[in-house]
Design a protein around this ligand. Structure first.
Ligand code: NPQ
Ligand code: MG
Length: 354
């Protein structure tokens, strides 16, 4: 699916999204799960063709003939990693189960509100004026929080420019996608004066210890994204002092059930969480918005409206109202792919009968 504009991060520039959708058909209902893996392994080791292969070759054969969503993770445990692939499968099974039971994702997960405040992730731009125009547009649309993607050479100046133009009241945070090293601590401390909500994933994915060493050297709170692949990682990060905030992306950690566990763990430890985004279509977005309505999600997420990324979404578009998205209330995800749109963007399908 073409993106409305190129999205540049410290790991590359994306102009289109290669989306893998899992559709589960049971005797009672059908369900959808969106795999958030990118086409290339730049954010994490997973990539979309690899996810399709691991689902086909290892995950589906590991499932017993009849099971509920609660049993999926245990059945797939012998297969290491591949959490985005596992999440897509578990989500589709959970969706089918909830649609059959007439229960929404929000109800099932424990949503505490009917709408969630939305932030937006703003890519690296060619110039500061171009960035300021983009941020102005998002603030006009009602976004309540701005996240700037940063990398060495695009950090202090864009943050300063956004603060100078839009003032100190704008909720502002940055995301490095692992682009810095501990030796950059002094440079990153130059962000301290700008009163950022957080700095997301400054160091490498597997550097929990170095994040713990960085934390006391910054006034800006550290939030981890790529580093947290499970509730165990979250517990380790909290114990080490690697972060004081966690970005929860269900795909990265293997699904919505694990997401709820991390939410519960963080809440019990006074660690704030928020819901990240992976440029989901309306299907993945619906589940994320339901998750973001849980009580521990105390910071606005990257739960943007559909048109932030797509001119035409595969579902009815999610649209901001007063800076918020409504939590879908219908059974399961509460949204459906529009058949004509889905046909239009589908490049391949494969049916596997268990
Ligand atoms: C993040 N997302 O928080 C990610 C990273 C990201 C909204 O900033 C294609 C598919 C392009 C997934 C670019 C946001 C992507 C992508 C960035 C995920 O780190
Ligand atoms: Mg991130």
């Amino acid at each position: 699916m073409p993106l409305v504009a190129p999205f540049r991060t410290s790991f590359g520039t994306e102009t289109a999204r290669d989306v893998l959708l899992v559709r589960v058909v049971t005797p009672d209902a059908e369900g959808w799960g969106e795999c958030v893996a990118m086409s290339e392994p730049l954010y994490s080791p997973e990539y979309v063709d690899g996810a399709a292969e691991v689902i086909r070759r290892f995950l589906l054969p590991a499932l017993p003939g009849s099971l509920g969503a609660n049993d999926v993770a245990r059945a797939l445990e012998p297969i290491k990693g591949h959490r985005m692939a596992k999440a897509a499968l578990e989500t589709a099974i959970l969706d089918a189960q909830l649609r059959a039971a007439g229960e929404s994702f929000g109800q099932f997960l424990g949503a505490a509100r009917t709408r969630v405040p939305c932030g937006v992730s703003v890519g690296i731009m060619d110039s500061v004026p171009q960035l300021l125009d983009a941020v102005a547009g998002y603030l006009d649309e009602g976004y309540v929080r701005i996240k700037l993607k940063i990398e060495p050479g695009w950090d202090v100046e864009p943050v300063r420019a956004v603060r100078e133009r839009f003032g100190d009241d704008v909720l502002l945070q940055v995301d490095a996608n692992a682009a810095y090293a501990l030796t950059d601590a002094r440079h990153l401390a130059r962000l301290d004066p700008f009163d950022l909500l957080l700095i997301e994933q400054p160091l490498a994915n597997d550097d929990l210890v170095q994040h713990a060493a960085l934390a006391p050297r910054l006034k800006t709170p550290i939030c981890l994204d790529e580093s947290i692949e499970s509730a165990e990682h979250a517990a380790a990060a909290i114990a080490l002092g690697s972060c004081s905030i966690v970005n929860i992306k269900p795909g990265r950690i293997g699904g919505y059930l694990e997401a709820r566990r991390i939410h519960d763990l963080c809440r019990a430890n006074g660690v704030a969480v928020w819901c990240g985004g992976m440029l989901e279509t309306g299907l993945g977005r619906a589940a994320n918005v339901a998750l973001a309505a849980l009580p521990g999600f105390t910071l606005p997420g990257d739960t943007s409206g559909s048109r932030r990324y797509y001119a035409t979404d595969v579902t009815e578009p999610f649209e901001l109202v007063d800076g918020h998205l409504e939590v879908p209330a219908g059974p399961g995800l509460g949204v459906e792919p529009i058949p004509s749109v889905l046909d239009e963007v589908t490049t391949a399908t494969e049916w596997i009968t268990l």
